[in-house]
Design a binder for this molecule. Structure first.
Ligand code: EPU
Length: 335
């Protein structure tokens, strides 16, 4: 086993922060991983590095999960069942599915990260969540090195949430994910206003899955920074859910506050709006700041440290709490 020492993780996290791993190993098969876990229990798992903020040297063995491969398990008249290994890049998988005319994940185009981590926080965008197309998740139980399988129900998916973030946190390493995609009669999700506008601008009346993907890519590119150019981790905070009573009070003061109804008694408010109203949108502090087009996204312009960015996040939490009496939960994993 090839364990390397003192490796910079700058190119392994989309925030692009320069943190050192004392020990680092690249893993390309389930077998290799099972073998490693027989002797190394205290590990730090690194996949696409797209949902983490690294704030300090990593003393644990960093295991870079790089298991590749896509295979078709079976097909029915309308659907296809596909196994995708954890180390495949999410967006490349989306592009591959479009090239085969497989539908279901076109709205999730351009989300950073790898396939193995998409179930952990149940990635979602433009009216679709990945839980809608996952049939099964395979994972190694760290304690026993056994390969186990979780059905969709067993994953306990919620908004940016699953069993792998809660009850079973740190107990499993996801090695592959099974998807059910449509081969024909695609069910399109164009309910999201921005997608409709984008399609109308292009005079597209009966969109294909490729048209929807193109629209999503255009919207994301116009709002969200490309991590290859500006370090970031997508939404840094979750959209908070507040009581209807609190929302109605806020509405008196801010008649234009955007909202989504969650239930009869709960309303979700966009964190981006709260942060913008608190004056942070586009604010730059040295090499880090708040993105100019989407206040939900914190950015690293070059050489910011994870600590700098975390301090800014805490400042934003405090000011939003003071202004609106709403606490913003951080969506990104702080390491
Ligand atoms: N808004 C502002 N100011 C901002 C940002 C947003 O006022 O700086 C307002 C917008 O005008 C709009 C509302 O907030 O009325 C919602 O904004 P947007 O459509 O951009 O969506 P979001 O709720 O901010 C969520 C996801 C995104 C996902 C989009 C589209 C979360 C935490 N974020 O953002 O996910 O792309 O919806 O579906 O749920 C990610 O997780 O990395 C991510 C980018």
């Amino acid at each position: 086993m090839n364990i390397q020492e003192n490796i910079s993780l700058k190119n392994y996290n989309t925030f692009g922060v320069n943190v050192i791993a004392n020990r680092f190993i690249n893993i390309t098969s389930v077998y290799e991983l099972q073998n490693l876990l027989k002797t190394e229990k205290d590990i730090f798992l690194l996949s696409g590095g797209s949902n983490m903020l690294l704030t300090d040297t990593i003393k644990k063995l960093v295991v870079h999960l790089n298991i590749k491969g896509i295979s078709i398990d079976r097909e029915t008249a309308n659907d296809v069942y596909i196994t995708v290994n954890a180390g495949e890049n999410w967006h490349e998988f989306v592009l591959w599915s479009l090239s085969q005319n497989y539908g279901g994940i076109e709205n999730l185009s351009l989300i950073p990260g790898n396939v193995g981590t998409c179930p952990i926080q149940n990635i979602g965008a433009y009216g679709v969540e990945v839980k809608d197309v996952i049939t099964k998740v395979e994972a190694i139980e760290i304690a026993t090195q056994k390969l186990v399988s979780f059905s969709n129900e067993e994953c306990n998916f919620g908004y940016r949430d699953s069993i792998f973030k809660n009850k079973k946190r740190g107990e499993y390493i996801i090695t592959s994910v099974n998807f059910k995609l449509s081969k024909n009669k695609h069910v399109l999700n164009t309910s999201y206003g921005a997608i409709n506008i984008e399609l109308q601008n292009k005079n597209i009346n009966s969109p294909t899955i490729k048209d929807i993907s193109d629209a999503v890519i255009a919207i994301r590119k116009s709002k969200l920074p490309d991590p290859k150019e500006i370090g970031n981790s997508g939404s840094f905070f979750k959209n908070p859910v507040i009581s209807k009573n609190q929302f109605e009070e806020l509405l008196k003061q801010y008649p234009n506050i955007p909202s989504y109804t969650v239930s009869k008694t709960e309303i979700k408010v966009p964190a981006g709006w709260l942060i913008e109203q608190s004056g942070f949108k586009g604010k730059r502090f040295g090499d880090y700041g708040v993105h100019e087009k989407q206040a939900l996204v914190l950015v690293n312009y070059g050489n910011a440290s994870g600590k700098d960015i975390f301090e800014l996040a805490k400042k934003i939490q405090n000011v939003v709490k003071e202004n609106f009496n709403i606490f913003l939960d951080i969506e990104v994993n702080i390491i």
